[in-house]
Design a protein around this ligand. Sequence first.
Ligand code: ADA
Length: 569
Amino acid sequence: MKHVIRSVTSLNGLWEFAFLGDIAPDAFSPLDLRCDRKLPVPSAFDALPAEAGRRGLAAYRTRCTVPPGRPARLEFGAVSIWARVYVDGRLLREHACGYAPFTVPVPVAEHPGREIVVLVDNRFDFERSPMHEERFDFYQYGGIIRDVALHLLPTSAPFFELVQVMPTPDYRSGRIGVRVELGAAAGRTMLLSSRIDDGPVTRHECRVSATGETTLALTVPSPRVWSPESPHLHVLRVTIDDPGLGAPLDDTEVRFGLRRIEARDGGLWLNGEPLRLRGYNRHEWHPNFGPCVPTLQMVADLELLRELGCNFVRGCHYPQDQRFLDLCDELGFLVWEENLGWGQREPTFASAKFKRDHAESLAAMVRASCNHPSVIIWGFLNEAGTDADYVRPLFEETAATLRRLDPSRLISYASMFPLTDRHFDLVDVISVNLYPGWYNCEGAAAPLEEIVPFIRRCFEHIDANGGRDKPVFISEIGAEALYGWRDAHRDFFTEEYQAEYLRRACREAVDNPRCSGIALWQFCDTRTYGGGLSLKRPRTFNNKGTFDEYRRSKLAFAAVREVFDGPRA
Ligand code: ADA
């Protein structure tokens, strides 16, 4: 959400910084903080070569101005992996979901100069931050990794918390429903004004519910449908009007697209047309910047995906950077966005703190991303223990929450149990992560020959077990290749093996009418485990990228492009 009237100041820039090391967070006092250097925000401090692999407590400090007596709020895009936020020495917020946005109310004060300290911990501690476990197959960094902004709110007057645009079945004629959440307005009657693009201003007298919500039914004046081929965006501006002065008290601007995503008759449909997804799993990562990827690199990544003939990105395995989703909206990519999750099993599901943090992060993701037309699927809990029943309560709750927060999108989770999963009934899209011809084929004489039969066996099993009416999607499939390792034996880890592997998988996905799409694992090589765990991860990287970490293409590039985009002259 953007604001024109509301004063919003970016706090990105150089902050004071101190790495405190292996001390307990409770032993920290912001009053004693001595900073010895400066670091940019956003950044991951351990993406610096000198800090490689360092884990411990760190503190960031900056100062900002809030007019005396004025309520304000800090908005953090993400702080990884655990954070406490202090304003003027007072602890105001603890947060333990390292990829989810959160806000911190700044208490009203009589002095304008305010000091903000953010305590960050990148150590793994299941009690404090159970969303993050060390065994996840991607490197988890520390720092204020996404944007920070200061919002000045109206003094003792209502303000916007959220404006959520929901295309209706009548989206082609421009009809939208708008859910508005207001702060300091519960139970009141409010005057709102709305304007879409350059259309006329409409005034609304709205009764705000006890929970601070109201709805508007609006029509886009010159509606144009959003699609990957024609990613047309509209802008809705809403203001809260002061009944006495007639001047707006607060405003918000959201960009949205008119489009409809459906799962029916065993397939996916976009704007009433059958849809097949062709794409990749992509981590937000670059070796030089860790999880804080420059916008230029994001654009470059999307251009490579376009060149490959892709229309889809699965944003694995956490809420996405809003800049990336903005680009997907504008450039016409379809996105699966998912809550942080990787292979959780029963001990994690038994943690009450995990369930609370998971719910908090899930809601934060939907609130942040609900107006992006690019996002068509909400995902959750990648490769959890879905062959067992202990996951059921949390899966049911998560599915219900997603449907309540946003009935306009599809929901799914990526299962690693295509033949034994017990919970496909809960989702709109059945998504399976498959690694035939890679994992568990030590004894196979011709591992490449396993790919197509296994995919078909999974589809048949799903159809025979109640999944016939749902779309089936290959949410991961892939094999490792070490960049530059080309070898006449064409064996595991060669570029040749990977190229042939992905060619076969893509061909089957494109040709098999039962398949609604494929997301290859993965876009580029990414850093993962060190130490003993890396024995299965050469270079301490997950090397299943079609590109290496610097986006240099492997042989698989041409193989995938040929299937997705057609043969080259
Ligand atoms: C899983 C997981 C990925 C990655 C992949 C692999 O499917 O979801 O994050 O770890 O396996 O390379 O084994």
